[in-house]
Design a protein around this ligand. Structure first.
Ligand SMILES: [Zn+2]
Ligand SMILES: [Zn+2]
Ligand SMILES: [Zn+2]
Length: 271
């Protein structure tokens, strides 16, 4: 079981267009951040290779090529924002390679957004002429209603992204999957609040992936200090921060973190 951080940057990416700050000019490869997304790769109970994507942002094509993604069995969406959804067109290549539809899982409001933006995919019969578009099978998820994918138990969890209620995911190995060093894992990006009902699902974690934007206060994202406090309270064996802006240089920021907390970077693989 491997979790690959495909992207670890905030919505504008790092470097940002038109910025000459120290981080945007950095030659440290860990300071180049594509939009936040991750891939979970594992062998299922029947011995088949599986890949589940966590979000599918505008850098998906480059991320797939950079990280050797050759299949996509399912996509879990946290929310509808562009930086987490505008790679959906790229999924068509996985359809072509695998010769099968791809299951996507999202809350109802996220699916409504996807159906509007990607009408050419979801209302394909209305296209002027048939063309090479993704073939997706949509599934509605709800907080605290677990789904089982290829032996993995996935529990959608409620988090807050400013006023927007969004999904995070708790991943546990089902009884048939071999034990993994990275599970149980919670993935929660674009978060600045944990509702009371979610806390009971944040126990006994091996891995926590949590959004941490920058140092200055933000209305819809945790600052680094806020994220460290929440991570401290959750007390996973190891925590990895994602969705960082250009205000957080990798080396300097990493040096300031507690021992069991890390800034993730593009291409980092856990497992
Ligand atoms: Zn985002
Ligand atoms: Zn900058
Ligand atoms: Zn967002």
């Amino acid at each position: 079981m491997r979790l690959t951080f495909l992207g670890t940057g905030t919505s504008a990416g790092v470097p940002c267009i038109g910025c000459a700050c120290e981080v945007c000019r950095s030659i440290d490869p860990r300071d180049t951040r594509t939009r936040t997304s991750a891939a979970l790769r594992f062998t299922d109970t029947h011995g088949r290779e599986r890949t589940i994507l966590l979000d599918c942002g505008p850098d998906m094509r480059a991320q797939a090529l950079a990280n050797g993604l050759t299949r996509c069995d399912a996509v879990l969406f946290t929310h509808n924002h562009v930086d987490h959804t505008f790679g959906v067109d790229e999924l068509r290549r996985f359809n072509a390679v695998m010769r099968q539809p791809i299951d996507i899982y999202a809350e109802a409001h996220t699916l409504t957004f996807l159906r509007r933006v990607y009408a050419h995919i979801f209302d394909r019969d209305k296209n002027f002429q048939d063309s090479f578009v993704a073939t997706l099978t949509a599934h509605v998820i709800e907080p605290e209603a677990p789904i089982n994918l290829f032996g993995l138990r996935i529990t959608p969890l409620r988090f807050l992204h400013g006023k927007l209620p969004i999904a995070g995911f708790r991943l546990d190995a089902g009884s048939d999957l071999p034990a993994s060093r990275i599970l149980p894992l919670v993935y929660a990006t674009d978060v600045n609040g944990v509702p009371p009902e979610t806390w009971r699902h944040l126990t006994d974690l091996q891995t926590l992936v949590l959004g941490a934007l920058r140092h200055r206060k933000h209305p819809t994202h945790y600052t680094l200090d806020e994220a460290v406090d929440v991570a401290d309270r959750i007390a996973a064996e190891q925590t990895f921060f994602v969705h960082m802006s250009h205000e957080l240089g990798h080396a300097v920021t990493q040096a300031s973190l507690p021992e069991n907390m890390h800034l993730a970077h593009d291409g980092l693989v856990l497992g």
